[in-house]
Ligand binder design. Structure first.
Ligand SMILES: *Cc1c(COP(=O)(O)O)cnc(C)c1O
Length: 374
C-alpha cells in the first residue's frame, strides 16, 4: 500500500495548532475535581446558545441522543411518523427507531443531496408528527420550505445539524425555523471534542428542560425521577469545545477556501462537484464529488497515498436487514438517493488541509482521468 501523503482527517494537526489553549483547559478541569455536569458544561452551553443566537443549549453524550431526546420530549413514539431522508448517517433514522416511531423516507434533491422539499408534503400522513431535515455535508436544507409544510400540518422540526455547525442559509440561519437543532461533537465533526459528545440548541424552554431531565436519569434538581438516560456531556469535553468554538468560524473559512481550490482545480473534469446553493454558507464538513466510477477513483487515489472515503455508500433503506424489525415507510421513489450512494466520494477536507495537499489531490484526480482516456 502506498504511504499516506494526504490523510482524511486533521485532528492531530488541530490539536497541535491549539495545544496551549487545550492543554490549559484540560488541566484546569483535572485540577477542579468536578468532571460531570459542572461549570464547564454550563459555560459551553451558554457559549453555544449565544453562537447560534438561541436561548438554550443542552450538552449530551452524542449527536444520536441529540436527536432521540427531543423526540421523546415531544412525546413522539410508537404509531407516530417522522419524515427524513435515507441519504444520511444511520443515526438520523436510528434515533427515530429508538423513540419507537416510524421513519418515512423521502428522496433527495440530487444536486444538494439534501431532502427534496417538494416531496415532503406527499409524505405527510395523519400520523406524521415531525420532520428531520439533515444539513448534509455542511449545507443547510431549504428550511423556509420545510418550515412552511411543518406549519401547515402542525409538525415539529428537528434540524440534524451534526455536519453543519456554522453554516447558514441564504435568508435564514440554522435554528430560526425549527423547534430544535441537534448536533454532534464526535471528533470528526466541524466542532469536535476528543471523543463523543452532542447537544441540542433550542428556543423552546419546555423542550430544553425536558431534555435536561432525560439526559440525567429523568431527574431534576433533587428527586422527582422519571425514567431517563445517562447522556451527559463531560466537563473535559465541554472545556475543549469552549476552546474550539472560538475557532470554528475561522476553521470553516479554511474549509471553504480549500473547497474553492478543489472547485477550480477540478472544473472541466468528468466529476460532478458539490453544488452550493446561491447565497448559502456551505461549510464543507465533507467535500463530496460524484463519478460513475467511484470505486475506481477511490482505489486510484489510495494507490497515490490519498485517502478518500464514501458518505454514504449504502442508503439506509438498502442496508442488510433493513428495517431490523422496526416500522419504516418509503414515500414515493428513492431513486436519487440510491443513485447518489453509488457515485459519491469524499475528498480529504479539513481546516488543516494545506493548499499543497489539495493540489496533490487535484493532480492525482486529473492523472486518473487520463488513465480513463479523458
Ligand atoms: C454524526 C452524525 C450523527 C450522530 O452523531 P453521533 O455523535 O455520532 O451520535 C447524526 N446525524 C448525522 C447527519 C451525523 O453526521
Amino acid at each position: 500500500m502506498a504511504q499516506v501523503k494526504v490523510g482524511f482527517y486533521g485532528h492531530v494537526r488541530q490539536y497541535h495548532n491549539l495545544q496551549k489553549e487545550i492543554d490549559a483547559a484540560i488541566h484546569e478541569v483535572l485540577e477542579s475535581g468536578t468532571y460531570v455536569l459542572g461549570p464547564k458544561v454550563k459555560q459551553f452551553e451558554q457559549e453555544l446558545a449565544a453562537y447560534m443566537h438561541m436561548k438554550e443549549a443542552v450538552g449530551l453524550n452524542s449527536g444520536t441522543d441529540a436527536l432521540l431526546l427531543p423526540l421523546l420530549a415531544m412525546a413522539i413514539g410508537p404509531g407516530d411518523e417522522v419524515i427524513t431522508t435515507s441519504n444520511t448517517f444511520f443515526a438520523t433514522a436510528e434515533a427515530i427507531w429508538l423513540a419507537g416511531a416510524t421513519p418515512v423516507f423521502v428522496d433527495i434533491d440530487p444536486k444538494t443531496c439534501n431532502i427534496d422539499e417538494d416531496l415532503i408534503e406527499a409524505a405527510v400522513s395523519p400520523r406524521t408528527k415531525a420532520i428531520i431535515p439533515v444539513h448534509l455535508y455542511g449545507q443547510p436544507a431549504k428550511m423556509r420550505e420545510v418550515a412552511k409544510i411543518a406549519k401547515a400540518h402542525n409538525l415539529y422540526v428537528i434540524e440534524d445539524c451534526a455536519q453543519a455547525l456554522g453554516a447558514r442559509g441564504d435568508d435564514f440561519v440554522i435554528g430560526e425555523l425549527s423547534d430544535v437543532v441537534a448536533t454532534s461533537f464526535i471528533i470528526q465533526k466541524n466542532l469536535g471534542c476528543f471523543g463523543d459528545g452532542g447537544a441540542i440548541v433550542t428556543n423552546n424552554e419546555a423542550i430544553a428542560t425536558q431534555v435536561r431531565k432525560l439526559r440525567n436519569h429523568g431527574s431534576s434538581k433533587r428527586s422527582c425521577h422519571s425514567v431517563g438516560y445517562n447522556s451527559r456531556l463531560d466537563e473535559l469535553h465541554a472545556a475543549v469545545l469552549s476552546v474550539k468554538l472560538k475557532h470554528l468560524d475561522k476553521c470553516n473559512d479554511l474549509r471553504r477556501a480549500r473547497a474553492k481550490e478543489f472547485d477550480a482545480g477540478l472544473a472541466g473534469t468528468s466529476l460532478t462537484l458539490p453544488y452550493a446553493l446561491p447565497g448559502y454558507r456551505h461549510i464543507y464538513h465533507l467535500y463530496v464529488v460524484e463519478t460513475d466510477d467511484r470505486d475506481g477513483l477511490q482505489a486510484y487515489l489510495q494507490s497515490q497515498g490519498i485517502t478518500a472515503l464514501t458518505h454514504y455508500p449504502i442508503a439506509i433503506h438498502q442496508q442488510e436487514g433493513y428495517p431490523w424489525g422496526c416500522a419504516a415507510r418509503i414515500s414515493g421513489s428513492l431513486k436519487h438517493t440510491e443513485n447518489s450512494a453509488g457515485r459519491v466520494l469524499s475528498l480529504p477536507m479539513y481546516p488543516e488541509l494545506t493548499s499543497e495537499e489539495a493540489k496533490l489531490t487535484v493532480e492525482a484526480i486529473r492523472a486518473w482521468e487520463k488513465t480513463r482516456g479523458r
